[in-house]
Design a protein around this ligand. Sequence first.
Ligand SMILES: [Zn+2]
Length: 478
Amino acid sequence: MSDYKAVIGLEVHAELDTASKIYCGCTTAFGGEENTHVCPVCLGLPGALPLLNEKVVEFCIKAGLALNCKINNYSRQDRKHYFYPDLPKSFQTSQLDLPICYDGYLDIEVNGQTKRIGITRIHIEEDAGKLIHGLTGTRVDYNRGATGLIEIVSEPDLSSPEEVYAYMETLRQVLLYTGVSNCKMEEGSLRCDVNVSIHKEGEPFGVRTEMKNINSLSAAKAATAYEIKRQKQVLEEGGSLFQATLRWDDAKGINYVMRVKEHADEYYYFPEPDIMPIVISPEKVEAIRATLPELPKARQQRYKEQYGLSDYDANILTVSKALSDLFDQAVAECQGPAKACANFIMGDITRLLNEEALQPEEVPFGGKELAELANLASQGAISSSAASKVVEMLFQPEFAGKGPKAIVEEQNLGQVSDQGAIKAMCQQVIDANPKIVEDYRGGKKQAISALVGQVMKASKGKANPAMANQLLEELLGS
Ligand SMILES: [Zn+2]
């Protein structure tokens, strides 16, 4: 069973973060009352003429450059015909043989190994509308129709569900960093089709199936694992596979057959006569290249070299551009080690974002505040538990506009490093916890951390824990 090899390719659709749609001035805002973000052009009414949004072309070039692609200086749009109610024109304006970008790659990391995945092409096209299935029938909402998309087609270079996950995660990061898409998978802004076949070493490629419109990283991984297993099982049992389009049901964890394909490609295309060919000058490409931000890989390298951060820390910090930017701003103003700023981001800030269901872009304070907090902590002016409290307060609206220093003063959170005061608290804790003291004296040296914990509690998190630890040891005569 294990001698089968999987061959996997991905087609990723990313909705572009342009203000207006691809051929008209309608807004691309998510949601809205049904069929209110529409006009004769994006409804495909007879006689309405499209006008290509230049920003769509720019974003496609930008994504292509970030993915190491070559850019076609002459590109064209084509009509891809298929009949479905979510497509009012009965064809989708897309690109066939002259895509804007081609021949790129993306390096991914799986189990500590770097693997290069080829990018065959990136082309622009329009999104379809949305079908809404109700009790009384099905309605169509064209608000999303004709929003600009890029389709990123990979080479079949992937060979495991883990690689599919890593590819999607890395690609999502690159698209977020370049700002071409908001990549909100829950709103359908990023979705992928996964092609899977299996074969034995030395034998020709197997029959391919395609899973459409998967909209989360974990679903892409689970669907791929399921499909590889299913294909193996069919072949092991002596059955044969057929080319099919499948739909992944994430709740049930299984694939359904949507339709069986008789030919590899059942669409027919012809050149779009209503839109001029796209001519892209080398100067334009270079101007767009100059706007590319530092990408995650380069940032990780810099964090390791410049600040001595570990691989793990550098990876976590760059998952989101917003958090990575926050880190860069904080480090620029922080007098202490960069690691102190990193710890706040990876610890308290990430925890609070999760608890409050906020996006990384929504951290309610900036690098200056974070640097101030890291300085207070590394100078020993506040304890680590007080620092956590300050971060919590910075997330609350009633502390808006106040910096960490002001909060520490106002809330009286400064760390107590007054030896006499802490010593008195230590003695009280020793008197109140004879059992723990006995354990400690009996040789259970780790029991002291329970006593330090009691001192921290008694001081409402303000005692200097290192000092408390030292004083307790002294008082207990060790
Ligand atoms: Zn429109």
